[in-house]
Design a protein around this ligand. Structure first.
Ligand code: MG
Length: 224
């Protein structure tokens, strides 16, 4: 029984080491890396595309797309002329740091300011694996219900920012915003919450501005 624990630890430790290398590679070029985690269908790809419309056109954005299979999301991103690499995990339910490291050789890192990493749609496993990103973002959406912070505390605990998407549906669904907020505050009293709709653009300005502020701070500290 006791033998499985050291194995899991070793995997996570090896992951940590590569995550630190990834972070160092990002810092060398003054790039901000943002890991997006959510259940399937919460709007990770849509959030990337909606943010692009509100970020300055001079900000150079790249994307790593994580999916179990297919290149559908990467194609949506590439259609906007954005450098994108698809990672197909072949059934694995999360990205890990070595997968990111191998994707990085396919991206023009020196020519990027902001790298979005879209994790595999899953609210449990991705939070266990540090990718080397500077910001871990958890996206929930109104149709999923307000109980997500209560049911997946481990993932929300890792969040540097939380986005509640599909806010345009609040008036049609029995989503208790105060219960959601309360569940989040119990875990993370100070984590910023962005209430947005990728469909209508609601809240997108504040979200883009927050990302930009983090980018500027990172650039001051690590910029070339
Ligand atoms: Mg997607």
């Amino acid at each position: 029984m006791g033998t499985s624990i050291p194995v899991v630890k070793a995997i996570l430790q090896a992951n940590e080491a590569v995550a630190s290398e990834n972070r160092a590679a990002f810092d060398r070029v003054g790039l901000l890396a943002v890991n997006l985690m959510s259940a399937p269908g919460a709007g990770k790809t849509s959030l990337i595309l909606a943010a692009l419309a509100h970020l300055p056109p001079t900000l150079r954005v790249g994307v790593i797309e994580g999916d179990i299979a297919s290149t559908l999301d990467a194609e949506r991103i590439a259609a906007h002329g954005i450098p994108v690499v698809q990672i197909n995990t072949g059934g694995v339910c999360h990205l890990d740091a070595p997968m990111i490291r191998s994707a990085l050789s396919h991206l023009p890192l020196e020519d990027l300011d902001l790298l979005f990493i879209e994790n595999v749609g899953n609210l449990i496993c991705p939070a266990e694996f540090d990718l080397g990103a500077h910001l871990n973002i958890v996206i929930a959406s109104v149709p999923e219900g307000h109980d997500k912070p209560y049911k997946y505390p481990g993932t929300f605990q890792k969040a540097d920012g939380v986005v509640l998407n599909k806010a345009d549906l609040l008036e049609f669904l029995d989503f208790d915003l105060e219960a959601f907020r309360h569940g989040l505050r119990i875990l993370r009293p100070d984590v910023p919450l962005f209430i947005v709709s990728c469909r209508t653009g609601q809240g997108m300005e504040a979200w883009a501005e927050w990302l930009l502020e983090h980018y500027r701070r990172r650039r001051e500290r690590h910029g070339p």
